[in-house]
Design a protein around this ligand. Structure first.
Ligand SMILES: [Zn+2]
Ligand SMILES: [Zn+2]
Length: 118
């Protein structure tokens, strides 16, 4: 992993409507739960291992959050020092969100320009 890759210094409360991550470059990402779940990187959500990518599908940003299934995070578990596993209220916990993937999923306009391909 590149040394310039931002890493989180703080993650938000899972009881909020949104999950926040504050990064070591002083940026704060605010993720609606629906966006995180829709972008779950696990093989089952992506439709097979061959569809697993290091960055989120650009399509996820085109969707209306209100059209995505509403869901809540029940827990967030650190995976070593490189990723988080998000445990959803329905028990789904297969997605490993590494720092690069999470930052590339930041919905702010700046990061959409930086990481988005569209
Ligand atoms: Zn999944
Ligand atoms: Zn951002």
């Amino acid at each position: 992993m590149s040394p310039r890759m931002p890493t989180p210094v703080e993650t938000g409360s899972v009881t909020d409507r949104e999950f926040t991550i504050t990064w070591n470059d002083n940026h704060t990402s605010i993720y609606p739960f629906e966006l995180l779940r829709a972008a779950c990187p696990c093989a089952s959500c992506r439709g097979g291992h061959e569809n697993m990518k290091s960055e989120p599908d650009a399509d996820v940003f085109k969707k209306n959050l209100g059209d995505l299934p509403s869901t809540r995070i029940s827990n967030v578990v650190a995976v070593g020092s490189y990723a988080l596993t998000i445990v959803w209220e329905d028990g789904h916990d297969y997605g490993i969100f590494n720092w690069h993937y999470l930052r590339a999923l930041c919905p702010c306009p700046e990061d959409r320009v930086k990481y988005g391909k569209a």
